[in-house]
Design a protein around this ligand. Sequence first.
Ligand code: CDP
Ligand code: MG
Length: 748
Amino acid sequence: PDGSLSRAAASGSALARERRELKLKHLKEEKERKLREKSGKLQDDIKITIENDDSQVAEEEIGSDEWKLNQKQKNVSFGKRTSMSMKEQRESLPVFKMRDELLRAIHENQFIVIVGETGSGKTTQLTQYLNEDGFARDGIIACTQPRRVAATSVAKRVSEEMGVKLGEEVGYTVRFDDKTSPRTQIKYMTDGMLQREAIKDPDMSQYSVVMLDEAHERTIATDILFALLKKAASRRPDLKIIATSATLNAKKFSTYFNDCPVVNIPGRTFQVEKLFSSQPVMDYLLASLDAIMKIHLEEPKGDILVFLTGQEEIETSIQVLEEKIKNFGDTIPELIILPVYSALPSEMQSRIFEPTPKGSRKVILATNIAETSLTIDGIYYVIDPGFAKINAYDAKLGMDSLVVRPISQAQANQRAGRAGRTGPGKCFRLYTELAFKNEMLPNTIPEIQRQNLSNTILMLKAIGINDLLNFEFMDPPSKESIMLSLNDLYFLGAVDQDSRITKIGRNLVNIPADPTISKTLIESIHYRCSDEMITVFAMVSTPNIFHRPKKEQELADKKKARFTHPHGDHLTYLNIYNAWVNNGYSKTWCEDNFIQERSLKRARDIRNQLLQIFKRVKYPILSCGADTNAVRKALCSGFFKNIAKRDREGSYKTLAEGTVVYIHPSSSIRSSPQYVLYNSILNTTKEYLVHVTIIEPHWLVEVSPDFFEINGKQTEAKKQSEKINPLFNRFNRDQNHWRLSKPFHSTK
Ligand code: CDP
Ligand code: MG
């Protein structure tokens, strides 16, 4: 029931509790004293704050305690304000009523699970309560997020609530972007970053509390952190672990953490009417757009949230929607159309949180990022086509790829719930009730059971966890998927035949990227092109380099063609980046060439981060100059598994799995070379190779003689290329080849 606290045995002795209570009392007294002391000088500050109502300047100069007082004063002097003050907003959140109970439960238990609807204040408030309660004295309060957007946007919000500068007391750490300082007390971070930190510091000694937020999302990193933190907690009785979930199946988490208490935050949700489609929907994109228009024209006020599967879909829909709206002219109320997806620049993201102006309606087109990790107020209508793009291992391709799949019933209910935060809402489901019942799984399959685990396994091995069989997975991955990942790691040279981490493997872990990319970066040193390779991967990791406005597509393509390298996309990216550098990082140069300056800046940040990492671990930065073949060879040393051979007219076949694939139309390759290397495969209407480079097949044997062999010794040079066979399957056929220290098949 709501608000109940199912309590297991309270941990800690009476003595310890007494000590804690004393410490708390002392802290509280000190705080009050400080407040009293400073309230004298406050009068002056208030003026500044009121004059600069929107500016943070005055607030930044004074501490958070004063800021709170300031807020109170502000409310008094303004009397009735149309919008709530920050303090009022904070105190109106459902979690506020539970503040004391939550803090008590955290003091009394090492592990605790907190369940609360999205928007109840878990992510933004709990860390602040812990900070106010003195937890930051013994270490940083960490809060992990499955998504980087959530980590950065929430950190920003909390720094505003506390009236401090982002990156000081409140900061965030996501891959290739660290906004923390030695003063940081509350740190939002991606679960992946905390997992990486465990390699160097398995005890998590920097932290006093770790909050595993959004645990219901069951990302691999959060799942792994569950186990790593449980271990760390057994060595550190002072470490507190909190797992939060927006859904009710929290029992599993509690069971995992030795039957720890589960605290429910009573929801403040309204009824949501769920409307199913009467017939199967053929084109959910069209149906979504129709639904938006119908709501806008027929339904009372309230904003709309639409769940789409990806950036491209969102952008196309926005274009179509804008056209439709234009045709209506002034005859209908304004419709503000906003996108949300993870690659969206942060200044655009913050727009979705701004209140909707009177007389208009907001429609937000979002990926499933808006399912639980972002809270948007004022949503009365949800449109749910029932799909999401997920990353899953595809046996046909021999790698993870992004695919659009039906969501689970749990996700569908979560999505519907987003309409009931501000008042009774409606959810338009673009699928039939029958499909909901028969075609959707009750719960989402955890990532760990559907993705390639190379990265995770290598990380665990680097921490010293070799015995994967006895590792405490919440839901263990299948033996096959562990085997596949071990194979991949073996061919990369990261583990030996006994599946122990090698020196190469340890080197790979130094770089925060997939093992294939790390291997390529490290091997590029041998080919004397680490400088170029760092640029290449900084560019490949950056979405939206090109700007292709509908009206100027031809011109944009023409401009792009001038940077095209005949050998493919990786070298084309290198050309573009270098041209930008040679033009003094010029903004006008970007505009002239239809290149997104923002993206190049991001690539530059990533490049700088990689350069720093190289410097720290003493890897040399070498340039190959004009000899760009070095770059292509080095690419082969990591991506030898991702090779496709020309098949028929325009089509290719992957070497390892023999799957028919096509070069993506956006690739700069216009010829049809015999052998190509690719970074990834995009699964849309066809299976498309993305980021493609032409290679010479004999390089493959050079870089990975274990994986490729040349059949027959007397082959003619020109026929040689056809005689290269992947050996990958050898390991599938003969699994005994693996002499694992703990054979996976022997138990369970
Ligand atoms: O974590 P949970 O879903 O329980 O809630 P939260 O993210 O802490 O959000 C609490 C409130 O803070 C919501 O009502 C949001 O409106 C607000 N918020 C915001 O204005 N801007 C953000 N970036 C995050 C939250
Ligand atoms: Mg949250």
